[in-house]
Ligand binder design. Sequence first.
Ligand SMILES: [Zn+2]
Ligand SMILES: [Zn+2]
Length: 287
Amino acid sequence: MDFNEFILANEVPIRLGFFFGIFAAMALWEIVSPRRYLRTSKVIRWGNNLGLVFFNSFILRLVFPAAAVGMAVFASEQGWGLFNYSDAPIWVAVLASVVIMDFFIWLQHVMVHAVPLLWRLHRVHHADLDYDVTTGARFHPLEILLSMLIKFAVIMLLGPPVVAVVIFEVLLNATAMFNHGNVRLPKNLDRYLRLIVVTPDMHRVHHSVEDDETNSNFGFNLPWWDRLFGTYRAQPRAGHEAMTIGIHTFREDKWCSWLPGMLAIPFVGKVQDYAINRRQWGDEHEH
Ligand SMILES: [Zn+2]
Ligand SMILES: [Zn+2]
C-alpha cells in the first residue's frame, strides 16, 4: 500500500483523530486560561453548537459521500486540473495546492459577507453571542454544502495531489478550532504567530457586532490574504474583553443558542431590507 492509498483508506480516522484531539486541547485551554467571560450558558451553547456540527457531518456524508478527497481522486483519474498536467515536484504541488485552496476559502468567506443571500446563511456562524472552540465549526448545513461545491470546482481546476486535499482539510479544521478559541495568548507570541497563522485575537475582530470590524480578517488559516487585499485589522476598537460579539439583528438565545433557531436564521426577514443597511434593520428589529 503506498502513501496515497494509506491516506485514502484512513481519511476518516485521520480527520476525526485530529478533530477530537485538537478540540479536547482547546477546550482544556479555554478552561485554564479564558480570554473573555462567556455571556451564555456553556452547557446550552455547546450542546446546540455541537449538535449542529454532528447534524452537518451526517448531511454532508449523505449528499457528498466522497467529499473533497473523492473529488481529488476523480480529477486525477480524469487528468483534470493544473497539477495533473504539470511536472512540478510533489512537494511543490502539495504546498501550492494548500495555499491556493486557502485563498479560495478566503475569497468564499468575503463573498458570503458581500452577497446578501449568502450572508443569510453565514450569519448563523456570526450569531453566536460568545466566541469559543465550538463557534469554529458552527455553520448552517446549506453553507457547508455550498462550501463543498466550491471546493469541488476549485479541485477540478487545480487537480491537487490527493494528499494535499487531506492536509488542507485537516489544517483548516485545526486552525478554525484554534482561532475561535476563547484563549489567552501572550501578546508578543500572538504578534509573531499571526504572521503565519490566523490567531484567536485576529479572528475575534471578525466576530464583532461593528460592521467595519466584521468586514475584516476573513482568513481562517493563512493570515496573508487579509494583509494583501487590505482587509486586515489588528485589534477591535473596544478591546477584546469589552467588545460585543455577534450581529445586531439576532441577540436572543432562541436564535443564537438553540439549534432550531440557528437552522431557521437564513429564512428570517426580507433579503433586501437586510441588504440595504444591516444596522438599520437591526435597530428596527430590536426596538
Ligand atoms: Zn464571517
Ligand atoms: Zn469565525
